[in-house]
Every structure is written in structure tokens, then in C-alpha cells.
Design a protein around this ligand. Structure first.
Ligand code: ES4
Ligand code: ZN
Length: 326
């Protein structure tokens, strides 16, 4: 009761959110109808029933199918606007949001269409209630590095909107080393660097994301526990992990939240943060992730305060902007 009231009111940062993962079932069905995209779901309940995933790939199949309903600038405006309205109501004062242009390319949707809609929604939220947003240009690792490099080039007209690059999608068979050239090019252009690693992939992928790609923070990283020396290194070097508890349970990284290794990382002094990943598909936004940790792992207010502070420190904001959030 106390915890719930406190976490709802506390200012929070979200560092790991795929904008397509915030596509709500109601909006998905509405856009599918409007744009004439056939979906095997007739109701919101049908979509929710399809969210019983067996692994990352079974989720990604639905996720990319879902994102294929987005076609016009207005569609992208609503997608971003819906999520930023959640930020306002949940007191997520700063959000770092992954945008994945390669997801829309098969439908022939240009980056100009995508970014015109997203940037208009962000302008409205920032002028409307002072919402703070940073975008992360995220690449799909199941596609060739040459395509990612071409997309990085194509994003140049929108360069000022992106603070960092990221790497998402199927981790198995797509190791960090495949993307050395992408990360070198992005570093040269002044992007901050993050990547998914150690979600379904092994601890070695976390190490390679650090040593081969040079990332500053790790998305997920939970399988780093399999290598105690690596956990110690994450703590020593202050490498943050953007952990997504409800995502990990839905994608069967852990059978139950009670099995989650977040407490071990905290105990080891790793800068863990809590995030929602794909909240429309995984059963809850950021607040719900904290509430689930409270219920299933006994997360209490002092530790949750540490997690919230970690997220401010781990953000890609300037030091002045981070100081204002503290
Ligand atoms: C993702 Cl949970 C997760 N893992 C990897 N890639 C993703 N894209 C969207 N959600
Ligand atoms: Zn993710």
C-alpha cells in the first residue's frame, strides 16, 4: 500500500523502451483496420491471448507483425503520443526511447514519415508538460551490418534527434562482433553507445559488447551472472544494466519473477535500472514493473530509491540535466 502510493508518485526515468513495444492492442486493431492490414486478431482479448510467448523469437514474430500496421505520419504521431501520455500519468519524467527504422522499411515507410510523426508528438509533450525525451536509433541484429550502416547514413538528416545507437532483435546467432563497423561509425559521429546483450545470449556477449563494440551501458545483461568475474567488472567499471523484469518472465528468461537475478546484481554493486521494454506486450508499464518486484521479490522503498537514482545516473542526459533530476 505504502510502496504502491510512493512508487506511483516518485519521479522515474525509463531507459529501455522500444516504441513499437508500446503499441496498445486497441490502437493496433484500429490502425490495422484503417490501413487495411489483415491481422489474425478480432479483439483486444485476442491480442492479449497471443502474448503467451515461449521465447524471444516467438515474441518478435508478433511484434514485427504488429508494427507493420503503422503507415502514416499520423500513425507514428499517435504511437509516440500514447506512450508519452503514459509517461505523464506515471510520472516518467525522462524517457530514452528506441526507434527502429528497419522495422518499417518492408512496408515502404520512409524515415521522414516516421520522424515527422514522432518529433511532432515529442514537441507537443515537451511544450505541453515539460516531458524530457531522448531517442535511441536502434538496429536489428538479424539483418546484415551493411544495411545497418546504410540506415545510419540515412538517419543523418535526423541526427540531432538521436542521442545514441542501440542493437536489438534476435540475439542468438547474431553476436556483437558482427556489428563492429556499425559501432565504430556511430562513435565517429558522436553517438552514445548501448546494445542488447545477455538476454538470451551468453555472458560472453555482454563482455564482447563492452570490449568489441565499446558500449557504455548494457540492455538486459541479466545472463552476466553466469560469469562472476564479469559481474565484478560491471560493478567496478560502473557499467549500468537496463533490466526489464516483466519482459524477462514473459520471454521465459526466468520462469518466475522470484527467480530473477536483479537482487544478485544489486548485492554485487552493479548499477541496475528497472525498465518496461515492450509494455503493451509484457503486461505492464514501468510502474507495474516496480510493483511486481515489490510483490514477488520484496522490493522495498530504500532499494527502489537506489534503482531510480541509478537510472538518472545511467541516462544519456548531460550532467547538468541529470543534476536537475536528482
Ligand atoms: C526486444 Cl525484449 C527484446 N529483446 C530484443 N529485441 C527486442 N526488440 C523489442 N523487444
Ligand atoms: Zn529491449
Amino acid at each position: 500500500e505504502d510502496f504502491e502510493r510512493w512508487i506511483r508518485g516518485a519521479p522515474k526515468c525509463e531507459l529501455h523502451l522500444h516504441i513499437d513495444g508500446s503499441l496498445q492492442p486497441r490502437r493496433l486493431l484500429e490502425l490495422a483496420k484503417k490501413n487495411g492490414v489483415a491481422l489474425p486478431y478480432a479483439s483486444e482479448a485476442d491480442v492479449e491471448a497471443a502474448c503467451a510467448f515461449t521465447d524471444l523469437q516467438s515474441f518478435l514474430d508478433l511484434y514485427y507483425h504488429g508494427a507493420s500496421v503503422l503507415r502514416t505520419e499520423e500513425d507514428f504521431y499517435h504511437l509516440m503520443g500514447d506512450y508519452l501520455a503514459v509517461c505523464r500519468s506515471e510520472r516518467i519524467v525522462h524517457a530514452e526511447i528506441m526507434v527502429e527504422p528497419q522495422t518499417y522499411a518492408p512496408q515502404g515507410v520512409s524515415l521522414d514519415t516516421v520522424m515527422a510523426g514522432f518529433s511532432a508528438a515529442i514537441d507537443d509533450a515537451s511544450r505541453g508538460w515539460g516531458q524530457s525525451v531522448a531517442l535511441i536509433l536502434s538496429f536489428l541484429r538479424h539483418l546484415p551490418v551493411a544495411e545497418a550502416l546504410a540506415q545510419l547514413e540515412a538517419a543523418e538528416p535526423w541526427r540531432e534527434h538521436f542521442v545514441a545507437i542501440g542493437l536489438a532483435s534476435a540475439e542468438r546467432d547474431h553476436p556483437p562482433a558482427d556489428f563492429v563497423r556499425l559501432y565504430a561509425a556511430a562513435r565517429e559521429r558522436g553517438y552514445r553507445l548501448t546494445a542488447h546483450a545477455g538476454e538470451e545470449g551468453p555472458a560472453a556477449f555482454v563482455r564482447d559488447a563492452l570490449d568489441v563494440l565499446g558500449v557504455e551501458r548494457i540492455d538486459h545483461g541479466v545472463r552476466a551472472v553466469e560469469d562472476p568475474a564479469l559481474v565484478e567488472r560491471l560493478a567496478r567499471e560502473g557499467i549500468p544494466l537496463t533490466v526489464c523484469p516483466l519482459s524477462n518472465v514473459r520471454l521465459r528468461v526466468f520462469d518466475r519473477l522470484a527467480d530473477h537475478t536483479l537482487p544478485q546484481f544489486l548485492e554485487a554493486g552493479v548499477a541496475v535500472t528497472v525498465n518496461s521494454d515492450d509494455p503493451a506486450y509484457f503486461g505492464g508499464y514501468l510502474t507495474e514493473n516496480f510493483l511486481a518486484l515489490h510483490r514477488e521479490l520484496g522490493l522495498a522503498i530504500p532499494t527502489a530509491r537506489r534503482l531510480l537514482a541509478n537510472a538518472i545516473d545511467a541516462s544519456f542526459l548531460s550532467s547538468a540535466a541529470r543534476a536537475r533530476l536528482r
